[in-house]
Design a binder for this molecule. Sequence first.
Ligand code: AMO
Length: 434
Amino acid sequence: MDDRTYTAAAEPGETATVAGWVHEIRDLGGIAFLIVRDTTGRIQVKFEKDGMDDELVERGLDVHRESVVAVTGAVEKEDRAPTGVEIVPDSLEVVAEADPELPLDPSGKVDAELPTRLDNRTLDLRKEEVKAVFEIRAEVLRSVRERFRELGCTEINTPKIVATGTEGGTELFPITYFGREAFMNQSPQLFKQLMVGSGLERVFEIGPIFRAEEHNTPRHLNEATSIDFESAFYDHTEAMDACESVVRAAYEGVAENCEAGLETLGLAGEFEVPEDDFPRLTYEEAIQRINATGELDEQLVWGDDLPTEAEHVLGSEVGQHYFITDWPSEIKPFYIKDHGDDPALSTGFDMMHPSMELVSGGQREHRYEHLVEGFEQQGLDPDQFEYYTEMFRYGMPPHAGWGLGGERLVMTMLGLENIREAVLFPRDRQRLSP
Ligand code: AMO
């Protein structure tokens, strides 16, 4: 539609054609209104029954809510209209009629449970506050891409169908690949590492990761978006600096460019870009602080992973984004490098929002013999990873990096209760379509 005017751009004094969805029909007797909604907002269409063509009035008022219409008419200033202007129609075309019964009410007057919303995502995204989440998500991705470019990274795309997994502990989804067993990739870990030894040196990837974990929680997905970073000649502290910078860039982008969306979500006043440096606690300090609160049933001991409850206790103590560094080597994957002076301590780190983990990362083991030993210690067959280990024999620089959960970043930024709210079409134990 070449001559279409977005509702937000309709100016009094002009004749315009607006096209969108019938948000509401208000019939007050002699006068009636259609509220037409498009991606920029809403506009009121006024029908004065006496002064107008009967057929036009009938067509306008018989249309079902959520039908698509195109309305042409004079745009007039009207202080009583929700947006200060209205259209007095000369013509109205019903472009696509909606059924009278809708599975979900996009005007939001009738609340819907999350499963109903996810089953009818198209209608759900007609709601301003749902659309705002995805506009903000898009801005998060745009601004992290920009920051990665400023950091000198090249964007890469690596295979999602692979022969082997990398993240021990979380399960793999097997698939059949021309009669052979293959898997959906859990992480671009090995590929991004291989790229630091290439001519690219510093890379990032934003792509899907697949985890067949049984968890059915408000913060786990079986298909998530991982924001991955890897750089040659970086150690874990430099990787943490980059992580902080990228997370801050996401907040800055949203604060700068998503004012309307934040307003719609009721966050305009309280949205804060994290200004201070993220505190860096060692794992040992972390467990001491958690234990000192006495809030866990059992005291944590060295070597324990942090249960969710411990993350919450520590998160409310720290009250801002923070890192946990120097994890025990035995609970970090084979590719994480140990501290040179103490092999029981790793350079692995996590970056936490007060409510949950957002990032894992570390310096990587780049020495061929140590790497192969690490595979064996983790019960993995190094032969299966030869395509990876082999490259460590041909000049692999020291390097470090991390992976950030895209949905968790959006979820924590906006205070969403369920991670599924940050995904258009989530994949979880129950949900394989839409
Ligand atoms: P990890 O497995 O900790 O590390 O994943 C990194 C981050 O990705 C997010 N994430 C998930 N989000 C939602 N649902 C899931 N099932 C899920 N799994 C992971 C989390 C998590 O912190 N290769 C390493 C990263 C690295 O060392 O570079 C890795 O994948 O926010």
